[in-house]
Design a protein around this ligand. Structure first.
Ligand code: GDP
Ligand code: GDP
Length: 435
């Protein structure tokens, strides 16, 4: 499981700056998809080959009076959801009362806290650091978030607390395709989970695994192994007779990260709302194979159906890779067909891609449509090879590759998708090469 880190600190200490730096994915897939918004508070962070989830507790506003208490309160809610905390202070401002309030609150939690003196640029580090050691902390990390200085060191130390789990290949194979069912409250996730598990052709193994967040259910369908990651917690709810499960974006993010295929459930009767698009953005950001389920398709009249379809087409036109199903979890209509898309999305996302095949496709694409000239010199793309799976990563080598326009990148993506017959998974194209 990937760790979750909360960024905590007074307003203006640099939390958002650090957040943006940590969550800037290698090729910013979401940035390439107009209409998709990224949640400004939650993100997938990648530093080197380390991966975690960050929560920015910024954006908290309040009266000057009592702001410290209000801020501490909201920050602590994020800390509750996190596994560790980055506590940022402003080295230019020095230690303030607000820092002390927060530090005091954090000491009451049992989460590991990493103290950061940000904006260390342009101040005498020794003087600035000495000030914060008054907090009685064991270690302080100097940082310049705007330049990314000190970030690597901090992340490396934090990651020591969360060693990579040993992957038991046999265990993974037994689990088969991991499917996360995500969606905002009330769209029908629980109904769908029950429907998927209640199908005749399904053999559910007992003893579902429980994490703090989701329920993991192993099962078999037509000889294929699957693990359902149930973010709605149906099984738990049934046993404990709990009321409605609390929606948590962190829970959804964890499920997305741990899944091979994400089934995003949306409510056709309500149409697309911002939260749907946030979740969609997170799934794409994480590079997961994706199937979209428009639920509650029953009870819509023909006009309404037409309207929903045109809305989808308009708003999701850039996500041309994900297959969309119109289903009724309540009645079971269309549910079985979801597997066809889940299976092909999974296979596409894991497909092994040969260097000569990729290079051949690249050459064909370049032949049909050359990359543009930059200052009188044409961008040269020479060869391509695979860089990973789920999502498939295609690494292209050449000259001036940093200047490849995003429209051309999209063109290449389209050609690779078509030629490799990749369905239901995003593709990551990375460029390498000299200027
Ligand atoms: P937040 O309110 O904690 O999210 O703070 P922001 O990330 O919005 O940063 C507040 C201001 O501090 C912005 O103008 C940033 O550009 C600036 N800032 C952030 N990090 C640094 C840094 O490392 N050095 C300097 N000099 N300025 C920084
Ligand atoms: P969750 O919060 O996403 O787990 O949503 P639930 O599965 O608890 O469903 C929320 C409500 O929507 C319940 O009243 C369900 O009976 C209803 N519902 C779920 N699926 C459908 C469907 O396909 N059609 C209709 N009409 N209602 C549905």
């Amino acid at each position: 499981m990937v760790p979750v880190i909360a960024l905590v600190g007074r307003p203006n200490v640099g939390k958002s700056t650090l957040f943006n730096r940590l969550t800037k994915t290698r090729d910013a897939l979401v940035a390439n998809l107009p209409g998709l918004t990224r949640d400004r508070k939650y993100g997938d962070a990648t530093v080197g080959d380390r991966h975690f989830i960050v929560i920015d507790t910024g954006g908290i506003t309040g009266e000057e009076e009592g702001i410290d208490a209000a801020m501490a309160e909201q920050s602590m809610q994020a800390v509750d959801e996190a596994d560790a905390v980055f506590f940022l202070c402003d080295a230019r401002a020095g230690l303030t009362a607000g820092d002390e309030v927060l530090a005091h609150r954090l000491r009451q939690s049992d989460k590991p806290v990493f103290y950061v003196a940000n904006k260390i640029d342009g101040v005498d580090p020794n003087v600035a650091m000495a000030d914060f050691y008054q907090l009685g902390i064991p270690q302080l990390y100097p940082m310049t978030a705007t330049h990314g200085k000190g970030v690597r060191n901090l992340v490396d130390d934090m990651m020591q607390h969360f060693p990579k789990p040993e992957v038991d290949e046999e265990d993974e194979a037994r689990r088969g395709t991991k499917i996360a069912i995500i969606g905002r409250p009330n769209v029908g996730k629980s109904t769908l989970v029950n429907r998927l598990l209640g199908e005749e052709r399904v053999v559910v193994y007992d003893h579902p695994g429980t994490t703090r967040d989701s329920i993991y259910i192993d099962y078999e369908r037509e000889g294929e192994a699957y693990t359902l990651i149930d973010t709605a917690g149906v099984r738990r709810r049934k046993n404990v007779k709990e009321a409605v499960e609390k929606f948590s974006i962190v829970k959804a993010l964890k499920a997305i990260d741990d899944a091979n295929v994400v089934v995003l459930v949306m409510d056709a009767q309500e149409g697309l709302v911002d939260q749907d698009l946030h979740l969609l953005g997170q799934a794409i950001d994480a590079g997961r194979a994706l199937v979209i389920a428009l639920n509650k398709w029953d009870g819509l009249d023909a006009d309404h159906k037409e309207w929903v379809k045109s809305e989808l087409e308009r708003r999701l036109q850039f996500i041309d890779f994900a297959e969309i199903h119109f289903i009724s979890a309540l009645h079971g209509t269309g549910v079985g067909h979801l597997y066809e898309s889940v299976d092909s999305a999974y296979q596409s996302s894991m497909k092994s891609l040969q260097t000569n095949k990729l290079t051949q496709i690249l050459e064909g694409a370049v032949f049909d449509h050359q990359p543009p000239m930059i200052n009188g010199r044409r961008i040269k793309l020479r060869y391509a090879h695979a860089g990973g799976s789920n999502p498939p990563i295609i690494i292209i080598h050449g000259n001036q590759t940093a200047k490849v326009p995003s429209a051309y990148r999209r063109y290449l993506e389209k050609v690779f998708r078509r030629e490799l017959d990749l369905i239901g998974t995003p593709i990551r194209i990375e460029f390498k090469g000299s200027e």
